[in-house]
Design a protein around this ligand. Structure first.
Ligand SMILES: *Cc1c(COP(=O)(O)O)cnc(C)c1O
Length: 637
């Protein structure tokens, strides 16, 4: 049997093409649940009787229910953004998997709460299994690692830094406990604050053996708090998601202890500068609380060189005896690691990979993906201490599904509100038996079991390897490549004698395509920014527009505050004076995550592009008309 998924069979489709199957299975879900109810203690008689149902106010309540739902439907249809359509290329949204919708709805009727296994005997297991799937995708040892679902990447990031904080503060806590002192005897404070993750966790094993783990744990940051700056600096690329600022705030670590890492012309962390900063901190004796690498930056989809971070950590361990915690924020790009795995979940070597892409028709000849350093970065993810990934982004699973994976499951004990022995006692082969009281081992409390079912079901149908998600994600990557090339070579749009040239910011690492329009001959960056903002206003639902000439995208501003001078590279490329950048300090761009799977061949894409050219022409015409009208009314006044 061919193990490869057929991507067109996974989604309801832009025109609800798969409606018959979808409806049938939706009905199956509902009918099954009803049977379950009526079959539960058949000796119990019905409690809502026909007599009750014929009461006037009973009918009235049903009518009002219907009214409300009609109202809701009308609201949803009027203003929702049509993620399912290839006309939408904006945030990380597209059609979502039918199997996940169905699993979600089916489970929702059972209203499972994954806070505690008692309230979710079925779905807690599904969550743990989904967590193991993700650990395996990241190259972690499934028996030793730990992953679970969060509400999103934000909370996953919080959890990453939460464990890092508690871990970092454990050796100091040991030094302050009479029964543990000897374990860290002779180490300076500096050394205590720079221990290797695995070394700290080995020491916690010893504490558990001595029966003082809980006592010492209460002397770590979780019990006694953190002295400002004590745990050191948190190195995060400038391309970071703003959840990191929130994280430093919430966890009491202080935003001022973030050291921003500059990005290079590809919007990846500048490796040379990262190394300089790290070595400087090492020389100064300033501890490093952790380092974040972003795999798929939110704004550019850029992939940081995780392999360089891993290498740097090794160098620091060798040269200074100092280590640091590595968290990979792969909220956006995490699922892409499945594109590198064979059906046995082995990371493929580069040439075999490219061969498979060709033979499976995932990536055609002429599309260069992955770049070699992107490949290396994904491979090195297995060395990170923890990883954030969002099933509700490139997993094509409905909200709200994020996840965090941790390389060494022992680290959970540092944040857990279980007694440590609860973990120790569980059956060794089956990590599924580990923290079944999820609520006391994670950041959140009550949470939907339906989400776990949705993620679990997706992973069963669409394996996290080249034959599953490889096909799904590959389509977006290929379309993004075609889109970028069209933008890079497009003839200018001529509107009433004025010419507007569109160009991409760069060739993306993944499937985020950023681009801008520039009026040829107008070298004011302020005008450029306002032009693109006006294009965006016509490509968004913010103003509640009609459906006439739809192309939908998102936008963002690359500012000097966030990015330093990196955006000036593009600004100069587009022919602006560097002076313009210095005065303006930002460049407004249109931002398109190309997640759609429906533009799968060049014929379809060419039609799409031709239509898009017409839409751009219409939009630019509208903008020019508006300007003409304005200048006319000015001269009239
Ligand atoms: C989306 C994103 C987040 C936040 O994830 P949510 O699911 O929105 O909470 C964090 N980091 C990166 C890189 C992201 O792209």
């Amino acid at each position: 049997m061919n193990k490869d998924v057929n991507v067109d069979a996974l989604f309801l489709g832009p025109k609800s093409e798969n409606r018959v199957f979808y409806k049938e299975m939706m009905e199956y879900a509902i009918t099954e649940h009803m049977h379950w109810r009526s079959g539960f203690h058949p000796e119990d008689s019905a409690l809502v009787t026909p007599h009750c149902q014929y009461q006037p106010d009973f009918r009235d309540t049903l009518y009002r229910t219907e009214d409300i739902l009609r109202d809701l439907s009308s609201r949803l249809k009027t203003k929702s953004v049509p993620w399912f359509s290839p006309r939408y290329l904006g945030h990380m949204n597209a059609d979502t998997l039918m199997v996940s919708h169905l699993a979600y709805v089916m489970t929702m009727m059972y209203n499972q709460n994954n806070c505690a296994v008692e309230a979710s005997p079925v779905t807690t297991d599904l969550e743990l299994e989904a967590g193991r799937d993700l650990c395996q995708m990241f190259g972690y040892d499934v028996g030793k690692s730990w992953g679970h679902i969060t509400s999103g990447g934000t909370v996953a990031n919080y959890e990453g830094i939460w464990v890092a904080r508690n871990l970092k503060s454990m050796p100091l806590a040991m030094a302050h406990h009479d029964g543990a002192k000897d374990l860290v005897a002779g180490l300076t404070e500096q050394q205590l604050l720079n221990m290797k993750t695995s070394d700290v966790l080995d020491l916690t094993d010893e504490l558990k053996k001595r029966g003082i783990f809980e006592q010492v744990r209460e002397l770590s940051a979780r019990g006694v708090g953190v002295e400002p700056g004590k745990l050191g600096k948190f190195l995060v690329p400038r391309s970071k998601h703003y959840s990191w600022m929130k994280a430093m705030d919430i966890l009491g670590l202080g935003q001022e202890h973030i050291v921003p890492l500059d990005v290079d012309s590809n919007y990846r962390t500048d490796v040379k500068k990262m190394r300089e900063i790290t070595f400087r901190l090492m020389e100064e004796g300033t501890p490093i609380l952790g380092m974040v690498s972003v795999v798929g930056t939110t704004e550019e989809g850029s992939v940081d060189a995780v392999h360089e971070v891993v290498k740097l950590r090794q160098e620091c361990e060798d040269k200074y005896g100092s280590s640091f915690y590595i968290h990979v924020d792969a909220a956006y790009g995490g699922y892409v690691r499945s594109m590198f795995l064979d059906e046995e979940s082995q990371f493929m070597d580069y040439d075999a990979l490219v061969d498979s892409y060709r033979s499976k028709e995932i990536i055609p000849e002429g599309v260069v993906w992955p770049k070699r350093d992107v490949y290396d970065a994904f491979q090195a993810m297995s060395e990170a201490d923890s990883i954030t990934v969002d099933p509700h982004k490139v997993g094509y699973i409905p909200y709200s599904a994020g996840a965090v994976a941790m390389k060494d499951s022992r680290i959970v004990d540092l944040i857990s509100y279980h007694a440590a022995y609860v973990f120790e006692e569980s059956d060794e082969q089956d990590v599924g038996d580990k923290p079944v009281m999820l609520g006391s081992s994670i950041m959140e409390g009550s949470k939907a079991g339906s989400t776990a079912a949705a993620v679990w079901a997706a992973h069963r149908l669409v394996p996290l390897n080249i034959s599953g998600y490889g096909h799904v994600i590959g389509r977006g990557i290929v379309t993004a490549d075609w889109f970028t090339n069209k933008l890079a070579t497009a003839e200018p749009f001529v509107v009433q004698g004025r010419s507007f040239e569109v160009r991409p910011l760069m060739h993306p690492d993944f499937h985020m395509v950023n681009f801008t329009f520039k009026e040829l001959g107008n070298d004011s960056l302020a005008d450029h920014n306002s032009l693109n903002q006006r294009v965006y206003e016509r490509c968004s639902y913010a103003s509640g527009r009609a459906y006439s000439k739809d192309f939908l995208t998102s936008s963002t501003s690359l500012t000097v505050d966030e990015y330093g001078d990196t955006p000036s590279i593009y600004v100069r490329e587009r022919g602006f004076d560097v002076q313009e950048w210095e005065t303006e300090g930002s460049v407004y761009i249109l931002r398109s995550a190309v997640m759609t799977t429906f533009l799968r061949d060049e014929v379809r894409f060419s039609q799409y592009w031709n239509n898009l050219r017409d839409i751009f022409t219409q939009i630019l015409t509208e903008i020019v008309d508006e300007e003409n009208k304005k200048s006319l009314s000015h001269s009239a006044a």
